[in-house]
Design a binder for this molecule. Sequence first.
Ligand code: PMP
Length: 401
Amino acid sequence: MSIAELRGQFPFYATANPCHYLDNAATSQIHRQALTAMAGQESCRANVHRSPYRLAEASSHAYGEARAQVARFVNAAAADEVVFTSGATAALNLVAYSFGETLQAGDEVLISAAEHHSNFVPWLRLRQRTGIRLRVLPLLPDGRIATASLAEMVTERCRLIAVTHCSNVTGAVTDVHAVVAAARAVGAKVLLDGAQQVQHGPVDVQKLGADFYAFSSHKCFGPTGVGVLWTRGGVLERLPPFLTGGGMVGLVSLETLSFASPPARFEAGTPPVAQAVGLGAAAAWMMTLPWAEVHRVESALLARLLDGLATFPTVRLIGPADLEARLPIVSFEVRGIHPHDVCQVLGEREVALRGGNHCAQPLFAALGSAGATRASIALYNDAADVDALLDGLEHALKVLS
Ligand code: PMP
């Protein structure tokens, strides 16, 4: 599949001035199939799981189909293992609240210094509420999680290891095998933040061996406003709900309160039906992709970008320099120049980048950096995008130095 063919499937590239979009770690462009599926709301719109008329049943069916498509996409053992949330942030908070409610003061949760704030702050809050002990895996100088420290940091009190599958700053992919083995040795659960991994798929939750897997639709070619928490079968049954309200209960009275079975127990209120249907379509499309070829193309662009950046003496890479065990998410500092200024100048040349601390302040503190400019590549990017960045950086250095 050529890049031109791929781009033809993304309406963004048919717009008048599509720009060199290299901010895919923040949000990817949306696939045509996702938009088309959501347009189905014209003729199929009603609340789900509420009413017996034909339209409501069709809407409930579409929502259920979306769940089944997402389950197939991550190779879940059953569709009911998929809970729709509003995004990865909500999925991670769900675990921190629901699983967190089963923890006691002194129980340990192990995270890493590479976490996005959405997998850091919920655990800080849990510590404030319950007195859990929060431990943090350190980083290697190139930003990878020091999984060799697992041996000393996973104790008998460890109840959960919650780490990112891939860093949104460094692009480093976590050694999940080591994490799962360390957790299993003490009977702890594993939560993976897959927000960055999914668009570079495929993800197989059964092979990964974790208990929870969180991600957002808008980072994997679907709409905003919906995300996923996959949970290993049997685990959610034993957890209390996070949000409460309609659709997640059994019996309710002043004296009685019982909850529906998962996934309904964790989907209080009207769910994001249209968005879930869009995500289902994006997931179905991703399952048709020749992933080996996608990886080959993305790696070639990554190598082109890393080689180009290495020619600038004042540029420092924040992340692994080799191509192994990393995704094409590339953060770099430019000595003496603020990342926002780099992004501003590049933005004027239609190169879309992001600068700052990328919602990962602990990571930057651990690496002794004040912030970075980030370029993140997706499957529809090409060499012209990377070259526009490198040319623009040369220009930025001239005007900003
Ligand atoms: N985790 C990681 C690694 C991320 O990159 C992001 C988004 N930047 C999130 C979680 C949160 O995703 P969302 O904002 O879609 O909830």
